[in-house]
Write a protein of this length. Sequence first.
Length: 116
Amino acid sequence: MEFIGLLSSGKGTWAQISGLVKQGEWDKIILLGDEFASGFSTEKPSEFIKIDTNKKLVELKKEILEKLKGKINGTEVALSIASGTGKEHMALISALLSLPAGIRFVALTKDGIVYL
């Protein structure tokens, strides 16, 4: 399963993404974020997709949809939205559903990775 993580604002939220990347066994890792987030590094191979989080909701959804087309191989993705704003979450989820791709929310807990 592909893992998609949103890297945005929020103190400590990147640690959630980092832990999911490290502990998960993903077919592909796709990370989305703005210019600042492009500095995020992982020990595993990943693809970073730069998005303009200053865009309005509909335009942000269109941008994410265009940039994700052809990158998802399965019928569903593991998704972490521990980082980001409601607008960013709505745009990303809407874009994924429009691909179409199913979503399984994932989180890193003291017991490991859980699917919500």
